[in-house]
Design a binder for this molecule. Sequence first.
Ligand SMILES: NC(=O)c1ccc[n+]([C@@H]2O[C@H](COP(=O)([O-])OP(=O)(O)OC[C@H]3O[C@@H](n4cnc5c(N)ncnc54)[C@H](OP(=O)(O)O)[C@@H]3O)[C@@H](O)[C@H]2O)c1
Length: 259
Amino acid sequence: MKGRSALVTGASRGLGRAIAVELASQGAFVFINYRKRGEEAKETLRLVRETGGDGVIIRADVSDPSQVDEMFDTIRRHTGGVDILVNNAGWGMISPLDSMEDRLWERHIAVNLNSVFYCTRRAVPYMIEKGWGRIVNVTSIAGLKGVKWLSAYSAAKAGVIGFTRAAAQDLAHTGVTVNAVAAGFARTDMGLSFFKATGIPLEEFARRFTLTGSILEPIEVARLVAFLASDEASNITGQVYVIDSGMSLATDYTSLIEG
Ligand SMILES: NC(=O)c1ccc[n+]([C@@H]2O[C@H](COP(=O)([O-])OP(=O)(O)OC[C@H]3O[C@@H](n4cnc5c(N)ncnc54)[C@H](OP(=O)(O)O)[C@@H]3O)[C@@H](O)[C@H]2O)c1
């Protein structure tokens, strides 16, 4: 990955941080995007530098197209563009359908789905010009089946899967691939908050509802993303890779959240 540049959205914490650090450890220069938590983004940059790599922090709300445009203007000044785009930023809140307000629905779609379109649209011209590019969208197993009380989140994540498959076709024969990683429960702020809502102790949950007996660690997702972003993955496009400790086979995860 030496000489490549990568943008990871939502890289101040959780999966995004692990992905940024992993890409940097493999030689990429990383743009670390975040929305609110600047101190945490600085910690990601510190970890990136610890690997011997380097990067730049860019604050932008990726659900806002004008902020995405400003972010890409900044990127253009640094490296001209990005070779690798990881659309990772995401957000979810448990909300039963009959009491969900328009704003909550719209926020889910904006943060989890619109952002993927805004960033991809800005990233691809540079990739097409270079004849090489990798786009990896972080989605969820909630987008495969739909999870009770997460209808907005599930719809947005399903949208990311549809977008991935369509964008791969738009970008056929350009050297740019588009894939998605559908994660199950991972040990991050978001994962643990969804997990808490199941009301089941973590160890018991892992034993009863996964095939592997353990909850995903962010680094495991990061390694899969890094593979899809590598030269080795040049013939993989339009695909959705599930990484979920076998949860989607082991259980009906669609109704585990009890509020
Ligand atoms: N953890 C899981 O169990 C799990 C499972 C399946 C899928 N996923 C998906 O994996 C991705 C990462 O999740 P995570 O668990 O790492 O979440 P997390 O720990 O809550 O971190 C979310 C990250 O996204 C950033 N972010 C949120 N809204 C943003 C916005 N509008 N613009 C820019 N950045 C924004 C946050 O920035 P700030 O720190 O500045 O707020 C933070 O860096 C998400 O797409 C999530 O849906 C997670």
